[in-house]
Design a binder for this molecule. Structure first.
Ligand code: ADP
Ligand code: ADP
Length: 254
């Protein structure tokens, strides 16, 4: 996984609203972090800055090697991006390495689960063949492995619209996995799911984090889910970090 560092990050929306205020924090490679706060606190804004979906107004976000000083092993792990100046091809590479999962699963409903997951491969093989649906065998293999990891491989040839909400979200996670990301950002991934299904999806994210070492940043509405599945919790209020520490220690006052 890649590390993520925020240094004095501010986000001001075009209407003048300040979405993030002087946010500084470091997420280590392979961490699983829950971001909590009331509606409007800035959770979506924070995760969406990490892959450049929301541009930062000032400060710096670094994705990649965030160790202090010269770290030889960090350098070997992949590219390091500085988002304040990121443009063009480097921005596309960042987006291929930072996968996103949304509250609304955003699947193509009229095609198969497997085809949906293969979309994740377009980050790597956007050839005219793959765009026409003629996938290479190794792309199909990676997509099937991703479906196995979220335990839904038996639905590979079902139509996406036949799946329950929880199953659709797991397919969306598999699509992100097929992208072979270093970071997964999940923006309220369980907000439209019932509690038992929420646990299945959170366990999938937790397993992916633990088994593959992918850094996971997940926005959650409910403190109990954050306590249970985050190693670390970041609490936001009005765009400011008001808590940053072990998830298990956080109480209702934060
Ligand atoms: P959360 O995810 O915690 O609900 P958001 O990050 O979505 O919070 O929003 C934080 C604040 O920024 C809210 O007050 C929201 O209305 C505002 N906001 C979000 N996106 C925009 C935008 N594109 N333009 C203006 N204000 C926005
Ligand atoms: P979600 O449930 O996906 O967070 P929201 O209703 O918070 O949905 O936001 C939907 C979209 O509208 C987002 O892209 C967000 O950035 C934008 N948005 C949210 N609040 C505002 C606002 N006050 N002004 C303009 N755009 C906003």
């Amino acid at each position: 996984g890649a590390g993520i560092r925020f240094e004095h990050v501010n986000v001001t929306y075009p209407n003048g609203y300040q979405g993030l205020r002087d946010v500084s924090l470091t997420i280590e490679p392979g961490e699983m972090v829950a971001v909590v706060g009331l509606s409007g606190a800035g959770k979506s804004t924070l995760v969406r800055t990490i892959n450049g979906l929301v541009p930062i107004t000032s400060g710096e976000i670094t994705v990649g090697d965030v160790s202090d000083g010269a770290a030889a092993d960090g350098a070997a792990a992949g590219e390091t991006y500085r988002l304040s100046t990121l443009r063009g091809a480097a921005q596309r590479r960042l987006r291929s390495e930072v996968g996103m999962v949304f509250q609304s699963f955003n699947l193509a409903r009229r095609t198969t689960v497997l085809n949906n997951v293969l979309v994740g491969r377009l980050h790597h093989t956007p050839t005219w063949r793959s765009l026409l649906g003629a996938w290479r065998a190794d792309d199909v293999e990676l997509a099937m492995q991703a479906l196995e990891r979220v335990e839904i491989v038996q639905k590979a040839y079902s139509n996406a619209s036949e799946l329950s909400g929880g199953q659709q979200q797991r397919v969306a996670i598999a699509r992100t996995l097929a992208q072979q990301p270093r970071v997964i950002l999940a923006d309220e991934p369980v907000a439209s799911l019932d509690p038992p299904t929420s646990h299945v999806v959170m366990r999938d994210l937790q397993r992916i984090n633990a088994d593959l070492g992918i850094t996971v940043v997940v926005n959650l509405h409910f403190l109990d889910l954050a306590r249970r599945y985050g190693q670390r919790m970041i609490g936001l209020r009005a765009g400011e970090v008001v808590y940053d520490g072990p998830a298990a220690d956080a109480d209702e006052s934060t």
